[in-house]
Design a protein around this ligand. Structure first.
Ligand SMILES: O=P(O)(O)OC[C@H]1O[C@H](OP(=O)(O)OP(=O)(O)O)[C@H](O)[C@@H]1O
Ligand SMILES: Nc1ncnc2[nH]cnc12
Length: 168
């Protein structure tokens, strides 16, 4: 399937000068949504224990991928949303700065982990999540995205295999 036609550019969102990749047309089409979930799952070739996905757009497919791969689902959330003991990391992304948190008991030492998000842009977000997973002793198998904005060089920040359906 040509997923590109379900992702639209929105100029100057959320800040002037940013070309925002909007995946809501993909989510709104039943066939495209299902095909995208299937493709994202098929990018993983080894058994894994956990899919770690990033609030909020990583959650749309993260849970489905976990189910398809027979793995548990772990949410990484913006500060103040997770109720139990957390580890946290401050990070910068293409258009801002924030804090991400993960539950301290979400990953056991040695568990095999796939990280999923919708977009890899500057890589600040994904790198921060890699750090959280590493701190808990997880073994990162790969980072898996719907699309990579190659011109923002996010790949250079990530030292694990990167897989995606689309590159811009
Ligand atoms: O590679 P980076 O430059 O770090 O940017 C990528 C991140 O930016 C977006 O999330 P955002 O923080 O906008 O939150 P949202 O998913 O809640 O919309 C996107 O979903 C990624 O998580
Ligand atoms: N240009 C962009 N479009 C959508 N999500 C993003 N996250 C960071 N940069 C983005």
């Amino acid at each position: 399937m040509n997923f590109e036609k379900y992702i639209r550019d929105i100029n100057d969102f959320p800040k002037k000068g940013i070309v925002f990749k909007d995946i809501t047309p993909l989510l709104g089409d039943a066939k495209a949504f299902e095909a995208c979930a299937d493709h994202l799952s098929s990018l993983v070739h080894t058994p894994i224990d956990k899919v770690v996905a990033i609030e909020s757009r990583g959650f749309f497919f993260g849970g489905i991928i976990a189910q398809k791969l027979n793995a548990g689902f772990v949410p990484v959330r913006k500060k103040g949303k997770l109720p139990y003991d957390v580890l946290e990391v401050t990070y910068e992304l293409e258009y801002g700065k924030d804090v991400l948190q993960i539950h301290k008991d979400a990953i056991q030492k040695g568990e095999k982990v796939v990280i999923h998000d919708d977009i890899l842009a500057t890589g600040g977000t994904a790198k921060a999540v890699c750090e959280l997973v590493e701190s808990l002793g997880g073994e990162i198998i790969q980072c898996n995205f719907i699309a990579i904005l190659e011109f923002l060089k996010g790949r250079e920040k990530i030292e694990y295999p990167i897989k995606s359906l689309l590159s811009y």
